[in-house]
Design a protein around this ligand. Structure first.
Ligand code: G16
Length: 554
């Protein structure tokens, strides 16, 4: 097969010209920005995915068009490597370079990339493409497909999908169906079969009630949840809200609930203590919450989900009569109280890595069972082949009936988990399974430990990359002196902790603070926010003083 690279340039010039001069970077989860600026980026990512597929001997590469938790006008693209992981870091750099060359340099740049990476242009290539339900996603999907076609690759369009569904499809295709059938139906079937087997016939158990209110963020998660429900035998009673009538992520969804620490709009006032769940725009994050009889809102975030799952899996390992090393991976955003609970109560080893599931996933692979979650609700569990084999051996061969039964249940739990990436719906079904098994309501789950009050702020600066960090983003290296000033401020707060980092998905610097009381956490975040504004080139007004915010609310 010969590929005429003139086509690459011709498509770019005629249909996807690069009209943006500012360089952009492959960030925490791909490229993100205003949808109207992204056509050329998508086209070039179609090119890159085709080359990556050829370079990995024709394995399937996934391209997901979504801006996930960002507001509706934004869009973005996430690339998925053959094992379902985020794109390899070295290729992230190649993606950044490819996106930033001019149209006239494009042909020569692609030729060089092919030579540098020793890519056989005659190798077959396969690219799977999915998109969220933003109105500009179909246009951008076409641009990706044209990029693949320009290099004579083979593209398969799956239409509207959640991001984790596309990860699943890529892995299924690359493992020749060993992980499941590479179809949307195959995905539902795998998860629903495992969930319903685990659930049994008695749906209510103790304080666990079979009712869940689901906030779909007006995103793709709502649509797919409805598809799940169509196929389920009433095993989970779910009422779906924010199912697409409003703007994606607007005053709803997992990010809104986590950052604002309040219930989303678009949901009815539920009976006190009703279990509620929010997912984000592409359904790779999940948050639980409820409002108690005093009207107080309570959040059960990614840290909470991680501790529930890790504790449960650790018990299951014991019940199978085997020994496996289980570890938990967090980021700097993990609440200090959750880390204490993991280390001191659960006695599970914990590691801290930079933000981005790509970092967490990678670290989790060090364990037989690696549980990883970001506080924002993004995470999953990965099992080594050794762990799976040992559990399977017990299920098939153990003479101890209790061990055997536990191991059979464990295999179903593994089937319920989307190991390829954080999957809001799969995570939710797992949490439901655990709560049902324990007979717990959310209050009992909440009682396992008490979160330290915390707050996140966003500060707009001229160039967010002036902030650089080290030690898993817990220490700020530049601008010079900023970390010293943060340390001085933090020292005034009991149980105070704060860090700053540039976002990789939005044009802002993020500030995190926690302290012994809510007022102190708010004040600490504000003080650190002001430091960032002053020392890192803040634009627009300084962060608002917490006291003034309260007055404004009244
Ligand atoms: C993406 C990443 C997450 C990360 C989040 C926020 O999530 O997949 O791992 O935590 O961005 O990143 P940042 O703080 O750098 O903006 P999503 O759900 O938006 O794809």
């Amino acid at each position: 097969m010969s590929v005429n690279l003139r086509t690459v340039y011709a498509f770019a010039r005629e249909m996807y010209p690069k009209r943006v001069n500012k360089d952009i970077q492959y960030g925490t989860a791909g490229f993100r920005g205003k949808a109207e600026d992204l056509d050329y980026v998508m086209y070039r990512m179609g090119l890159l995915a085709t080359l990556r597929s050829r370079q990995t001997n024709g394995q399937v590469i996934g391209v997901m068009i979504t801006a996930s938790h960002n507001p509706e006008p934004d869009n973005g693209v996430k690339l998925i490597d053959p094992k379902g992981e985020m794109l390899e870091p070295r290729w992230e750099k190649l993606a950044t370079d490819l996106v930033n060359v001019s149209d006239s340099e494009l042909e020569a740049h692609v030729t060089k990339l092919i030579a540098d990476e020793n890519i056989s242009i005659t190798q077959s290539s396969h690219v799977f493409v999915g998109m969220d339900n933003r109105y500009h996603s179909p246009r951008l999907l076409k641009a990706v497909a044209d990029g693949v076609i320009a290099l004579k690759g083979c593209v398969k369009e799956f239409g509207i999908l959640t991001t984790p569904m596309l990860h699943y499809l890529v892995v299924c295709a690359n493992t020749r169906c060993a992980y499941g059938m590479p179809t949307e139906e195959g995905y539902y079937k795998k998860l629903i079969t495992a969930f319903e087997d685990l659930r049994g016939d008695t749906l209510d158990n103790g304080n666990y009630k079979n009712l869940l209110l689901f906030d779909g963020a007006n995103g793709v998660g709502a649509r797919k949840m409805l598809q799940f429900l169509k196929r389920m035998k009433n095993s989970l009673n779910v009422n779906v809200f924010n199912s697409g009538q409003g703007k994606i992520n607007h005053e709803c969804g997992a990010d809104y609930v986590k950052v604002q620490q309040c219930a989303p709009s678009g949901m009815p006032i539920a009976e006190p203590n009703t279990r509620c769940v929010s997912v984000d725009g592409d359904a790779d994050r999940v948050m639980y919450f409820f409002t108690d009889e005093n009207g107080v809102f309570h959040l059960l975030d990614g840290d909470r989900i991680a501790t529930l799952i890790a504790g449960y899996l650790m018990d299951m390992v014991k019940e199978c009569g085997i020994e496996l090393n289980l570890g938990l991976v967090q980021t700097a955003y993990a609440n200090g109280a959750s880390t204490n609970y993991i280390v001191n109560e659960l006695q599970i080893p914990v590691s801290c890595v930079p933000t981005g599931v790509k970092h967490l996933h990678h670290k989790a692979l060090d364990y037989d069972i690696g549980v990883y979650f970001e506080a924002n609700g993004h995470g999953t569990i990965v099992f080594s082949e050794k762990a799976k084999q040992e559990i399977k051996d017990v299920a098939e061969n153990s003479e101890n009936n209790q061990h055997k039964a536990s191991a059979s249940r464990f295999l179903k739990i593994i089937d319920l988990i989307n190991e390829t990436v954080g999957d809001a719906i799969s995570d939710m079904l797992l949490v439901e399974t655990i709560l049902q098994a324990k007979g717990w309501d959310l209050k009992q789950w909440l009682a396992t430990y008490t979160d330290l009050p915390n707050l996140q702020l966003k500060v707009k600066v001229q160039d967010r990359n002036v902030i650089t960090t080290t030690d898993a983003e817990r220490v700020c290296v530049t601008p010079n002196g900023l970390q010293d000033e943060i340390n001085k401020v933090v020292a005034n707060y009991k149980k105070g902790r704060s860090f700053v980092r540039p976002s990789g998905t939005e044009d802002v610097v993020r500030v995190y603070a926690e302290a012994a009381t809510k007022d102190e956490a708010d004040r600490l975040a504000y003080e650190v926010g002001v430091l960032v504004h002053k020392m890192a080139g803040g634009v627009g007004p300084e962060p608002v003083q917490p006291e003034k915010k309260i007055i404004a609310h009244i």
